[in-house]
Design a protein around this ligand. Structure first.
Ligand SMILES: Cc1ncc(COP(=O)(O)O)c(C=O)c1O
Length: 482
């Protein structure tokens, strides 16, 4: 390994550098064997090779300026036309290709805020109405753009948005309502049609977050699976986010925000500035200079797979998801949360500590995602099942059964719900030093994640999320120390 602590005096050989990168990758979880149930979407070696080639061809082209790189804009338009067709957007729909789900949500909230500034100027404190299952990025958007999030509890059994409670929470300041299709945490689809009626009645914008479902639900629907309504054809839905870099199997950095009434809405998303001494900036997205690699790779994979390719992927993924779901339902110590019919699911346990389960599975080289208790949802494990997981999922299930059995001993415990009193007392007047000390305690020297996360997760799980957020900020801030 080279000395990474300083800028090298002399340059190094390319082969040597690539070898070092490869070696560094050994630290990461091995997604290539389908052992990671989230984060990575792999449609197989041929698809992966195409992504790399297409990305490389456009690696250096700059999406900042469509007059200089018109082909990048054409690729974006092609991708958006396909997306709008999948989402039944109709004649007036328009969109923007973005770097990911988070950017799509940021732009949607910024658009809603600026649309309200023009059309409802009496609103000085805009509110975003969202079920507690909405993705964290909406809160990030509220934080960035000074919009107040109004969070509504979901149905405690189905984990779907409660239309009555949502309707009751509408105020004169509400600028937009949000729902998920499906939600990330539990993989369930909110009642979009009913919520659309509420949006229409109160003259609200309505964003359906289809980030994880956008390249899945249209095909599942065509295959006859019960998706319910979710797209831009549902009355009241004004905007949709959909990610290509998830179940569209594109390279990372690929999502879209789509507006049903493109001409009316999309310009509120743009930022233009020629009041300085340099070139004129006209940015549809957050980023200005950006590689055209992601859009080229996205265009390539969508055209390579075509509808039939995606239908096949969804059919196979649905079969595996169904088998995984029923296998989990048959493990007496585990309990599925909600009634997901798609390829995302969550399960909890009244018998064993699910955070310990995640650690045991990690020792067997599987990554399953711990989720903290929040609102109606207890501490749980999330799985996103995609093509890359299909080959090994039966081995996964047998390891899952084995780990649950190992944990189900007499002294088995469930995830901690309440903080021990002496620790809770520390947080009554928390100081920055307290957060710093605790973060250090969790992370050893603070530069790497702890080897065993279950104790840390149990403590974090029992904290109010505001305290938890400060603590994980301190912790990650330390981890990134150079
Ligand atoms: C429903 C939903 N919305 C938004 C996002 C954020 O997407 P990204 O991680 O691409 O920024 C995700 C990510 O999983 C998601 O599932």
């Amino acid at each position: 390994m080279s000395d990474t602590s300083a800028f090298p005096q002399q340059g190094r050989d390319s082969d040597d550098l690539l070898a070092e990168l490869k070696e560094r990758q050994n630290k990461d979880l091995n997604w290539r064997e389908g052992r990671v149930f989230s984060y990575v979407y792999d449609a197989g070696p041929e698809a992966m090779a195409l992504l790399k080639d297409a990305f490389n061809m456009y690696l250096t082209e700059n999406g900042l300026d469509p007059t200089t790189f018109p082909s990048a804009m054409e690729l974006e338009k092609d991708v958006l036309r396909m997306a709008i067709e999948l989402m039944n957007g109709g004649e007036e729909a328009e969109g923007t290709f973005t770097s990911g789900g988070t950017e799509s949500l940021l732009l949607s909230v910024k658009t809603a805020r600026d649309y309200a500034r023009e059309n409802k100027p009496e609103i000085s404190l805009p509110e975003l109405l969202l079920p507690e299952t909405a993705h964290a990025s909406f809160f990030k958007a509220c934080h960035y753009f000074d919009v107040k999030p109004v969070v509504i509890p979901v149905d405690p059994v189905s984990f779907t948005a409660d239309p009555v409670a949502m309707a009751e929470a509408v105020t004169a300041n509400t600028i937009m309502m949000v729902a998920s299709a499906p939600s990330y945490a539990h993989g369930v689809i909110d009642p979009i049609r009913e919520l659309g009626e509420i949006a229409l009645k109160h003259d609200l914008l309505f964003h359906v977050d289809c980030c994880v479902g956008g390249m899945y639900l249209p095909f599942a629907n065509e295959l006859g699976f019960d998706t319910g309504d979710f797209d831009l054809s549902v009355p009241g839905v004004t905007q949709i986010s959909m990610d290509f870099h998830k179940l569209g199997y594109a390279a990372k950095g690929a999502s879209a925000i789509l507006y049903k009434h493109g001409q009316l809405m999309r310009r509120h998303q743009y930022f233009a500035w020629s009041g300085w001494s340099g070139y004129s900036v006209i940015n549809p997205t957050v980023m200005s200079t950006k590689s055209a690699g992601p859009v080229a790779a996205c265009w390539a994979i969508m055209n390579k797979l075509g509808k039939q390719g995606y239908l096949d992927l969804v059919q196979k993924t649905q079969s595996a998801s169904e088998e995984i779901r029923s296998a989990i339902a048959d493990i007496p110590q585990l309990k599925l949360l909600g009634d997901s019919k798609m390829n995302l699911l969550a399960f909890s346990s009244d018998k064993i500590d699910v955070f310990k389960l995640a650690e045991r599975m990690k020792k067997r080289n599987w990554y399953i995602q711990p989720q903290f208790a929040f609102g109606a949802s207890p501490a749980n494990i999330h799985l996103t099942i995609s093509h890359g997981n299909l080959a090994g999922f039966r081995e996964f299930l047998s390891d899952l059964r084995a780990c649950v059995a190992e944990l189900d001993t007499d002294d088995a415990q469930t995830a901690m719900v309440d903080l021990p009193e002496e620790i809770a007392a520390l947080f009554e007047n928390p100081s920055p030093q307290l957060f710093s000390d605790l973060a250090a305690m969790f992370g050893g020297d603070g530069t790497e994640a702890p080897e065993n996360m279950d104790e840390v997760n149990n403590l974090l799980n029992a904290m109010p999320h505001q305290i938890r957020d400060q603590l994980i900020t301190e912790f990650v801030n330390r981890m990134f120390s150079t």
